[in-house]
Ligand binder design. Sequence first.
Ligand code: NAP
Length: 308
Amino acid sequence: MTEKKYDVVIIGSGPAGMTAAMYTARSEMKTLLLERGVPGGQMNNTAEIENYPGYETIMGPELSMKMAEPLEGLGVENAYGFVTGIEDHGDYKKIITEDDEFITKSIIIATGANHRKLEIPGEEEYGARGVSYCAVCDGAFFRNQEILVIGGGDSAVEEALYLTRFGQSVTIMHRRDKLRAQEIIQQRAFKEEKINFIWDSVPMEIKGDDKKIQSVVYKNVKTGEVTEKAFGGIFIYVGLDPVAEFVSDLGITDEAGWIITDDHMRTNIPGIFAVGDVRQKDFRQITTAVGDGAQAAQEAYKFVVELG
Ligand code: NAP
């Protein structure tokens, strides 16, 4: 086990974490970006991004690369690890991963959120055999097939639009009769001939054979009617859960597990900041994540300078 000392360790390399790293490195703080996968976070699961300034449209994985590339030149160190706990010792903090430990003066938590699961029969069983949470990764496997998308938020509707380039048809199933997605995205979906809607309905079971899914059983929540319909693939976008179990003993999360901060991205533990989707906040966007990252970097810099 090695023990390494930093001014700041940023946990998570989505847009919030990468922006924080850019700013802390430019402030000449000794910066470690600790991640458990490839840089980009949820951006890697996003097809076309149309609301990031400077780009009319850009694929999520490409924007991830563009954010990651300059960091090495700025001297940001990288490490891979799954964080299991954080210890606060006042003037220093310890980050514990499955096989390493890092000592740091400050921490910026940017671990984002995971796709929520439906937790219905067949979902687990047909993972990678027709059930997906990532249209940009798996969409092309469903060429000329009937595709089902579950959810009514921005992700479900945007990714349904993306999937129309592959599927013979794309059906959006939503548990209410009104979408949650932004108006511009909704209108685009309503105009798209390949997109159908099943309203007021929730999936109950995903059925298939030994190779792949064949159908979805769903229930109309208003009438109670149960229907089984054939689909070649199902994409699930029913929201996000925070990735913050490793701080569950620190008293910095709300009852749902999102990390509570003030406007300066400070948690109630001095020197521990949180940014991006993992924060308790209203508006989860790449643009707001980037803003959080810059703010937290500034606050971490001030904290470390005052610490001496
Ligand atoms: P979301 O906004 O939380 O939407 C989740 C959707 O799934 C809702 O329509 C919800 O229904 C439905 N749902 C939740 N649990 C369900 C269940 N058990 N069964 C069936 N349906 C269920 O999540 P998201 O779309 O993944 O977006 C997450 C965040 O990222 C949001 O803040 C979103 O604005 C942001 N985002 C932004 C963009 C963009 O700006 N272009 C793109 C993607 C995501 P109800 O509506 O009835 O609650």
